[in-house]
Design a protein around this ligand. Structure first.
Ligand code: 5AD
Ligand code: SF4
Length: 488
């Protein structure tokens, strides 16, 4: 299974990792026999869904090495910090948490602390950790994930700190890592890794390497197994899922719409979500596949980033606002109730007041169900970080507030329009704020509260709920038994 661009980790290489896994498992088993206590591993995750998916693999590998996965760092023997680098704030939080773990190491000198993920995949951060955080025992970059058992083993056996950056491994794909999924209803399935787009603000291409696609049959098999195990929601992950397949060799090449169609044709009761899509590659073919397949969740995350063509060009996004709105128009023509979400960056270098107002205009036109808003954060090594015309923090913050105010008023109107309609709700459990209410989500991800009835537990099940009231962040409703369901 190989082609000219993407190199797959061979099963022999994976076998080597299994041998390290086994060695640690035996050590841990002996140790548990002596102490009467199983070793525990705590995994802390920052950042995006890809990182969450990676953490499920770290937890899976740790489980196979004989560690019990714990929710508390206090009683852990092994702590893994899976970091993010997309914004400075995420890096600061990861470093601050790492700092807080120092006292745990002082209390328990045999505690092992490891750091991985995007932040430490930058040489400068790796060096900083090495020198300023002496209690960190090991570190590895994003494409070294599959070598975690080996790195941990070396750390224990050689009693020496281990620091591994990507060392030529960027561009690899490893199959067959154990996974310990955080949910038994919703599962992440990575379809590809890395990014080739080089948006001028973004660190991702530098820390996750070039685009590389998993073999379609591995993805289909993983989905098939998940559905068989009872998973109801599958989210396909990639930095830009629309690039899926471009690097595959001719004999197995498949594009993302075809992959989605094949997954949707698997038997079973489930929905398929995906993220993220780059607007320059979001094709009508993909929209048609979503519209035609009942199992494709009617949710599209389509990051706009800015509503100004000049700023989009400076960001190297390669679409215009007119292109973007045309995709939305087509999507809503085919799927009138589709939920659309977006990412917006405020205060990109050189963004003028008028250009920011173009973003407000675009957001009003797009009528999103949710937006994720970010203050532009300069990332060392990216072109935008050294552009003239960086925007003062205060201006960024005031623009952000104006954007949020606009989106809240849009949401209030959109949510009010849901009153009287009936939705199929996947019940997540009791509402955090009110034990007498269930919290669940529509297929499009809208949060819905409805009263708990004493006779049955609906957690994890689908309920039909008619919406009776709407706030900005959630809808309220009552359970109904009719089958007249509106999508959304
Ligand atoms: N500053 C602010 N936001 C950023 N994002 C990516 N890089 C930066 C940055 N340097 C945002 C983009 C992307 C989301 C995941 O994070 O909006 O879509
Ligand atoms: Fe970053 Fe752009 Fe790639 Fe998304 S598409 S990961 S924003 S470079």
């Amino acid at each position: 299974m190989s082609d000219k661009k993407t190199q797959y980790i061979t099963s022999e290489q994976m076998l080597v990792q299994r041998e390290y896994t086994e060695k640690i498992r035996l050590r841990n088993e002996l140790d548990a026999r002596e102490t009467g206590k199983k070793k525990r591993c705590y995994v802390r995750t920052f950042g995006c869904q890809q990182n969450e998916a990676d953490s499920e693999r770290l937890a899976g590998m740790a489980s196979e090495m004989g560690y019990e996965i714990t929710d508390s760092e206090q009683d852990a023997d092994l702590i893994l910090i899976n970091t993010c680098a997309v914004r400075e704030h995420a890096e600061e939080r990861a470093l601050s948490i790492t700092g807080q773990f120092k006292h745990l190491k002082e209390k328990n000198p045999s505690l092992l602390i490891g750091i991985c993920g995007c932040m430490v995949s930058q040489e400068t951060r790796k060096e900083r950790i090495k020198h300023s955080y002496p209690y960190v025992s090991f570190l590895f970059g994003t494409s070294m994930l599959y070598r975690f058992p080996e790195i941990l083993y070396r750390c224990i056996q050689e009693q020496k700190r281990q620091f591994y950056l990507d060392a030529g491994d960027v561009g690899n794909i490893a199959e067959g890592m154990p996974v310990r999924r955080a949910s038994d209803r919703q599962a992440w399935v990575s379809v590809m890794y890395g990014c080739n787009n080089f948006c001028t603000y973004c660190i991702v291409p530098y820390v996750r390497g070039r685009e590389r696609s998993r073999h379609p049959s591995c993805i289909l098999e993983e989905c098939r197994q998940l559905i068989e195990q009872g998973y109801r929601e599958i989210t396909l992950l990639g930095q830009n899922v629309n690039s899926y397949g471009k690097d595959l060799s001719d004999d197995i090449r498949m594009d993302f719409p075809d992959l989605l169609a094949q997954i949707c044709s698997l038997p079973g009761d489930f929905k398929v979500h995906f993220m993220t899509s780059h607007p320059k590659d979001a094709s009508k073919k993909l929209i048609n596949v979503m519209a035609e397949n009942e199992k494709a969740a009617k949710h599209f995350h389509l990051p706009l980033q800015s509503g100004s063509d000049r700023v989009l060009s400076a960001m190297n996004r390669r679409y215009t606002i007119a292109d973007y709105l045309e995709i939305l128009r087509y999507m809503r023509e085919k799927m009138p109730d589709i939920t659309v979400t977006s990412d917006i960056i405020v205060g990109f270098p050189t963004e003028t007041e008028a250009e920011f107002e173009d973003t407000l205009t675009a957001v009003a036109a797009a009528q999103y169900d949710q937006i994720f808003t970010f203050l532009y954060s300069p990332r060392t090594g990216t072109p935008a970080a050294v552009m003239e015309g960086q925007i003062p923090e205060k201006i960024k913050q005031s623009r952000m507030q104006r954007l949020l105010d606009l989106q809240n008023s849009i949401l209030a109107d959109r949510n009010r329009a849901c009153i009287g309609r009936t939705y199929r709700i996947l019940v997540e459990g009791r509402s955090r704020g009110d034990d007498a209410m269930y919290a669940g989500r529509t297929e499009g991800g809208k949060l819905v509260h409805f009263p708990v009835s004493e006779d049955e537990d609906l957690t994890g099940r689908i309920a039909l709920v008619r919406i009776t009231d709407a706030a900005i962040y959630h809808l309220s409703g009552e359970r109904v038994s009719d089958t007249d369901v509106d999508e959304g």
